[in-house]
Write a protein that binds this ligand. Sequence first.
Ligand code: ADP
Length: 270
Amino acid sequence: HENRQLQIAITVYGQGNRLLLVRDVSRLHQLETMRTDFVANVSHELRTPLTVISGYLETLTDGLEMNPDTPPVFKRALSQMQEQASRMQRLIEDLLLLSRLEATEPERLSQAVALYPLLSGIVNDAKALSGENQHQLQLECDDGSSVTGDTMELRSAFSNLVYNAVRYTPAGGKVLVKWWQDQEGGHLMVQDNGVGIDPVHIPRLTERFYRVDKSRSHVTGGTGLGLAIVKHVLLRHEARISISSHPGKGSRFICHFPLSRINQTKTINV
Ligand code: ADP
């Protein structure tokens, strides 16, 4: 049947015996598609009412700010409501992005994405995110480097890694963003000297909503979807991530791109 999806495995055992295993995974695929569609639809439906709520909250805040008799407790309540509304907005945007990454075929990932302008933009935004915390951010990347892929997707992936490095590193800490190429491909490293991650958590970090310390993540303002987005974007670019960390000393995330995805032109001096 044309809509059937089968998983077939052949095992050879003993003296030339063969075992053929056929597993019908159509139902599993169907359920997976239903789950992805459901999440995408719910997120989409939540977007409009939330935009309306945020708009009215802004109007109310402006009004109350102008009135000298406004009790401080009202101001605090409103600022909490605005903060939570924007957290919900970030969550919805990330859920929508993740659904898109899961549901669409990675066919148009053929732009030559210049890395230096992309990464320096992200690093500048991360400086703004750091604000008074004054993290020291350093970028090492040759001007002509590029990856064949999708600019928007790569921006999401790299910015999640860089913002995480800032968010999980105490004030004044160091964050290094470095791109290099070798005979295996291109590598983007984001390294910090922040809180680090216990190695037991590393294999599960890219699962959606997996967090090492739930209470801390709420303070840092993340959605719990950042590394899941990174994983999917990299998969679509035939790339992979490696994570290493020492609790209390810092973490290192490296995205490895295959040779087929990087700009391999060499400069020849004449
Ligand atoms: P979140 O929005 O919670 O940051 P992510 O998917 O981006 O979600 O990250 C998952 C978890 O991985 C985080 O909750 C945090 O515990 C851990 N993590 C990610 N990046 C770092 C980092 N640079 N240093 C320490 N922990 C990190």
